[in-house]
Design a protein around this ligand. Structure first.
Ligand code: NAP
Length: 545
């Protein structure tokens, strides 16, 4: 596996001019580079902060990190040869295997020659006179480009809570989204883990098995579905390869970009016995598909309660200590109203002698001390603290790029009350800037690679059409963005998703962040139709010149 870029950052002061600059070399950036360079023949450069390709998966290397979409469809669909050449080894790919895949794709499409690694963007500003962006890097380079495309991911800005005294802690601390590449030795250590979202639920069993003692600091009890990870047989690989056209057809025609269909039945239209049989089967199969057991789990509170009740019973089957069980039982939100985790032995972990749980609702954290974490009740002595505290989702990775649009208007100003985009693709007053899977797009509610491909394809068509007409500027109209924000809100309000008040979908996990429901929840197929319709209507809602 090659991991080096062949481009060495030039340290000269002269600006480098490109047709397009792409920020980020994960799933989005790699595919966007291929489309613009190999299909449109543009002069493109990818600027990547990391020392390798992989994007989010370059940084997320914590023990147990793996994707919870299934491997056979957590990949690109645009290239039949890659599809036939690559084999996944497990039902859910581990972070190492995803990076291996993205490196394989980079080599296969000869992408590296246009990817500049170890290059962090410091700021970018639009120049109205020339309709170009000027991009500056931390290393002091300057780039001029007609189109600027952010491919920075939705979950890539780590959220480290500002606990008082963290700087005094004598042990080591890590955030899961920025994990040391050399790994961490937990042997003989007293470890504190803060956070029980998808990451924390994957991590806890791994830490419990490696450390002397694990203390899990839980603010909100969570639901989880068994992942039932396993190796994939050669026969399954062959079968998937033969059926890929059908896999992608199903993925694109559904709500979440997954190739499985949502049940057409309501959870409250069947008998208790039928419902249990259906849930038991989905539980045995494992994975996020559990959500598709009934059509209305995320639409009807009574239907949702049946799923929530079922999972609560399953937790009770596992956790032996009644006091612990009570703390671990989620009651303040319905199943899947926050992004549901999947796990491999999470609740079983609490039956171990070397694991304890601190309920932060009963005893909030006061400060980090030299020795560990002090809550309102006591001090917990620790050697290592692991923050599994999630991300400043959607807006965090974009705002830290320090983008300034038309007439010096900063993105921070534009989004002061929350993100306002048209289709998640563009923000008014930021001409020629495209955001792959930006706020207002289905993105995180979908199988990401499918959502990414749709965005990249749309952006590529848009740029191709502009160049064919000799146009040099495209900008979302404020009224179109206003209407889109209303549609995003309406789509969310038609579901139970806004019910989870501490969800990162709402930005509620980051203190002070405006509470705005950020992803588009109207379904992937519907969203694709809307985007295609915009293209056909000569880019309705965009001003081009
Ligand atoms: P998350 O879902 O936002 O969970 C963060 C956890 O940290 C929550 O339990 C949260 O508690 C807690 N927390 C945050 N701030 C805290 C504070 N100040 N004090 C105490 N606890 C605090 O983050 P995540 O688990 O990293 O997952 C984020 C998303 O990444 C997932 O939803 C998923 O989309 C993606 N992801 C995917 C995979 C995968 O594909 N396998 C794996 C990991 C992550 P509250 O619930 O009370 O806010």
């Amino acid at each position: 596996m090659t991991t080096q870029s062949i481009i060495t950052p030039a340290r000269d002061a002269a600006p480098h001019a490109f047709d397009a600059i792409i920020i980020g070399a994960g799933f989005s950036g790699l595919y966007q580079l291929h489309k613009l360079r190999d299909e449109l023949g543009l002069n493109v450069r990818v600027l990547e902060k990391g020392a390798g390709v992989g994007g989010t998966w370059f940084w997320n290397r914590y023990p147990g990190a793996r994707c919870d979409s299934e491997s056979y469809y957590y990949c690109y669909s645009f290239n039949k040869e890659i599809e036939q050449e690559w084999s996944w080894s497990e039902r859910y790919p581990e972070h190492t295997e995803i990076r291996k895949y993205l490196n394989f794709v980079s080599d296969r499409l000869d992408l590296r020659r246009d990817i500049q690694l170890d290059t962090e963007v410091k700021s970018a500003a639009f120049d109205d006179a020339s309709n170009t962006w000027k991009v500056e890097t931390v290393g002091g380079e300057t780039f001029l480009t007609r189109f600027l495309i952010t491919a920075v991911g939705c979950l890539s800005a780590a959220n480290v809570p500002k606990f008082e005294g963290l700087e005094n802690f004598k042990g080591a601390w890590y955030h899961t989204g920025n994990w040391p590449h050399e790994g961490v030795d937990f042997a003989g250590k007293r470890v504190g883990q803060i956070g029980t979202g998808s990451t924390g639920i994957q991590l806890a069993p791994m830490l419990a098995g490696r450390s002397q003692h694990l203390t899990i600091f839980q603010r909100t009890a969570n639901y989880s579905i068994p992942a039932r990870n396993r190796t994939v047989t050669p026969e399954e690989v062959d079968l998937t390869r033969k059926n890929y056209d059908d896999v992608w057809r199903r993925a694109r025609s559904g709500t979440n970009g997954h190739p499985f269909t949502m049940s057409t039945r309501s959870a409250v239209s069947v008998t208790d016995e039928e419902r249990r049989t259906i849930y038991e089967k989905a539980w045995e199969r494992g994975g996020l598909r559990f959500r598709a057991s009934f059509k209305d789990i995320l639409e009807n509170a009574r239907a949702n309660e049946t799923a929530s009740d079922f999972i609560r019973e399953k937790i009770a089957d596992v956790v032996k200590d009644p006091a612990l069980l009570e703390k671990l039982t989620p009651r303040d939100h319905g199943f899947a109203t926050k992004r549901p985790p999947i796990d491999s032995g999470y609740f079983e972990t609490f039956n171990r002698d070397n694991v304890s749980l601190v309920d932060l609702k009963a005893e909030p954290i006061v400060e980090v001390t030299e020795k560990g974490i002090r809550t309102t009740k006591q001090e917990y002595e620790l050697d290592i603290i692991v923050f599994a505290t999630g991300f400043d989702a959607f807006t965090g990775p974009l705002l830290r790029l320090n983008l300034t649009g038309s007439n010096g208007y900063a993105l921070k100003q534009a989004w002061a009350a929350g993100p306002r985009t048209y289709l998640g693709l563009q923000t008014p007053k930021f001409p020629n800037l495209f955001t792959i899977t930006g706020p207002g797009s289905p993105s995180v509610l979908c199988n990401m690679p499918i959502a990414i491909e749709q965005h990249v394809d749309w952006i590529t068509t848009c740029i191709r059409d502009m160049r064919a007409k000799g146009l040099t500027r495209i900008e979302a109209e404020p009224a179109a963005a206003e209407q889109w924000v209303e549609q995003v809100n309406a789509a969310a309000n038609a579901t139970l998703l806004p019910m989870a008040s501490s969800s990162w979908y709402l930005g509620a996990n980051v203190p002070g962040k405006p509470r705005v429901f950020m992803p588009y929840a109207g379904g992937f197929a519907r969203y694709t139709d809307i985007c295609n319709d915009v293209t056909k209507s000569d880019y309705r809602g965009f001003t081009r010149s």
